[in-house]
Design a protein around this ligand. Sequence first.
Ligand SMILES: NC(=O)c1ccc[n+]([C@@H]2O[C@H](COP(=O)([O-])OP(=O)(O)OC[C@H]3O[C@@H](n4cnc5c(N)ncnc54)[C@H](O)[C@@H]3O)[C@@H](O)[C@H]2O)c1
Length: 253
Amino acid sequence: MRRVEGKVAIVTGAASNPGIGYTTALALAHEGAKLVVTDLDAAGAEACAHAIRDAGGEAIALAHDVASEADWANVVAQATDAFGRLDILVNNAGVAILKPLEALTLADWNRQISVNLTSVFLGCRAAAPALRASGGGSIINMSSVAGLVGNAVTVAYGASKAGVRMMSKAIAADLGKDRIRCNSVHPGVIWTNMQSAAGYGARERTEAAAATLPLGTVGEPLDIALCVVYLASDESKYVTGAEFVIDAGMTAT
Ligand SMILES: NC(=O)c1ccc[n+]([C@@H]2O[C@H](COP(=O)([O-])OP(=O)(O)OC[C@H]3O[C@@H](n4cnc5c(N)ncnc54)[C@H](O)[C@@H]3O)[C@@H](O)[C@H]2O)c1
């Protein structure tokens, strides 16, 4: 029996490769889940679903703006129509607007909060009835180390991710009675398209910066995906409202 055999999962932000959502979707499918992969980039989401099907799994792809309430209603309806139930929601999609306080415009702030935080509220609220109807489920919200510690350029990004952290705990408290669990995941420096665009550019420069971390290296999307698989599976049935920091020790020192 695979670790999430027969469960149905929605993973948002699954188009980017290398990306955390893409790798998480493949890892969940590898462990037996049926996948609904979504993204603003519909062609990229379709490529992810294709990769899952090529590997012998089941997946559909949907165009989805996670900041849109109407899109969320459509995604949950399509997931239950396609696979008959919903067990796992991975709120992974995000953007990083990395600017210090006085460089941030109100438009930057509103976009950051809408795509990274309002989206998670909308997704959890839209999925809750379907998860409840399945007898319970697991919500995994992608936060960041930036939701735990401050940095000069994470004024808006860090606020969005700290919001995701605390919302996850409140949802855990709210929905535990329905056996719906909710946890947050806090990646450090993971090599993805977002990281190559945001941080130090080339992988070698990012590796050089990561050399100061206790484990001294950049992480891979699979380092995060395997934590999500654990949280999605019944192995974590007694775990809710918790935060999982996967950062090579960055925030330990
Ligand atoms: N890579 C890291 O080091 C790192 C560290 C901490 C947290 N995170 C978080 O992990 C998550 C995934 O990050 P990643 O590095 O894989 O990023 P990525 O940029 O590689 O992938 C993000 C995906 O989200 C999609 N997306 C953006 N806006 C969207 C919207 N409005 N609706 C739907 N999809 C949208 C993009 O199209 C993209 O496919 C993000 O929430 C990010 O903040 C990443």
